[in-house]
Design a protein around this ligand. Structure first.
Ligand code: MG
Length: 350
């Protein structure tokens, strides 16, 4: 079924419009379990009394959402229920009651409402969320698994970033790290995307990676094997960060017994409100926090950047990896996103 742009205006003063968008990647993206060249998005606008809030759902295929599932979900949303002033606890409850799952399209609604809220209040989202721009962490630049020649080419695209994230989890992990190390001495994050299997081999690799300047390791082993991840987290000289295993707020409760930290992404957490709660709960549990992203435009990037100063590390590199971002790339300086004083997300159009 072809999904065309559509506007739903069920409430007199609240209007929701959406359109599908295919976000093209500069390079085919290969990680431990698959490879792809573009990502389907649903772009949202929620309008209220002359203000427009922008939202985005990035639906990477392995997460199970699609343009079709997003359109089906949106058709069930009664925008009259999104009353201003927004009560985000109630709104998330309402969105979850419509259907379980669907975190990316729920995030799109939540992001658009945060943008709208900031614009109505004349305040930047980061300020409303209690972020201090002076605490903005560096953002890493991710390179997928590839030949040494292509890796070197990708590194050039990410020259503005002061940290490199390397996707491992296949059989040439040490070779890839050595290739990256032959051209840069920047700190490295490693993401194994559940690709490691043997506990002792994984631990040996952690010690080797520590020597190579690796700062953190994401989701080394299967998310369905908490015992092995916990075993590694207890022994690894580098923090082990749960990503695929950590989706929404209830997942944070047990995370401290399995991981040293968690990777929060808006497309998993159903948006900014719950991500904010996850950060707070992780802090209470003594967990480190990485804020990450999917293949995203400037819209979801700015939404994550608004929360990033509350986190230890950031991996919000969407705009660097795509070739048809429909929005202007936000200001990036000294390896960090720069939060503006514009109301809402601070999103700029071409
Ligand atoms: Mg990851």
């Amino acid at each position: 079924m072809l999904i065309t742009p559509k506007t739903i205006a069920l409430a007199s003063n609240m209007e929701l419009a959406y359109r599908p968008y295919e976000l093209e990647l500069k390079h085919a993206f290969t990680i431990a379990k698959f490879s792809r060249t573009s990502t389907p998005l649903m772009l949202l606008e929620i309008r209220h009394e002359g203000y427009v809030g922008y939202g985005e759902a990035s639906m990477v295929p392995y997460m199970g959402e699609s343009i079709q599932s997003a359109a089906t979900y949106l058709a069930r949303v009664d925008v009259a229920r999104l009353r201003y002033p927004f009560n985000f606890d109630e709104i998330i409850q309402y969105l979850d009651n419509i259907a379980p799952g669907n975190p990316a399209i729920k995030a799109a609604i939540d992001i658009a409402l945060h943008d709208l809220d900031g614009k109505i209040k004349g305040q930047p989202c980061w300020k409303l969320l209690g972020s201090d721009p002076a605490k903005m962490p560096l953002t890493s630049y991710t390179i997928g698994i590839d030949t040494p020649e292509v890796l070197l080419e990708k590194l050039k695209d990410g020259e503005a970033c002061k940290v490199i994230k390397v996707k491992l989890g296949r059989d040439r992990d040490k070779e890839l790290i050595d290739t990256v190390r032959s051209v840069t001495d920047r700190p490295l994050y490693v993401d194994a995307n559940q690709g490691w299997t043997d506990r002792q081999e994984s631990l040996d690799l952690c010690f080797w990676l520590k020597e190579k300047g690796v700062v953190l390791i994401e989701q080394p082993m299967l998310k369905t094997d908490p015992a092995s991840n916990a075993w590694l987290s207890e022994r690894s000289p580098i923090p082990i960060i749960g990503d695929e295993a950590i989706q929404r707020l209830p997942d944070v409760a047990n995370a401290a017994s399995i991981y040293n930290g968690i990777n929060i992404k808006l497309m998993k957490s159903a948006g900014m409100h719950e991500a904010h709660q996850m950060i707070a709960q992780a802090r209470e549990s003594g967990l480190k926090v990485l804020i990450g992203c999917m293949s995203e435009t400037s819209c979801a990037t700015l939404a994550a950047a608004a929360l990033a100063p509350l986190c230890d590390w950031a991996d919000i590199d969407g705009p660097f990896l795509v070739s048809n971002n429909p929005f202007k790339t936000p200001e990036f300086s000294d390896g960090r996103w720069v939060l503006s004083n514009d109301a809402g997300l601070g999103l700029s159009h071409f």
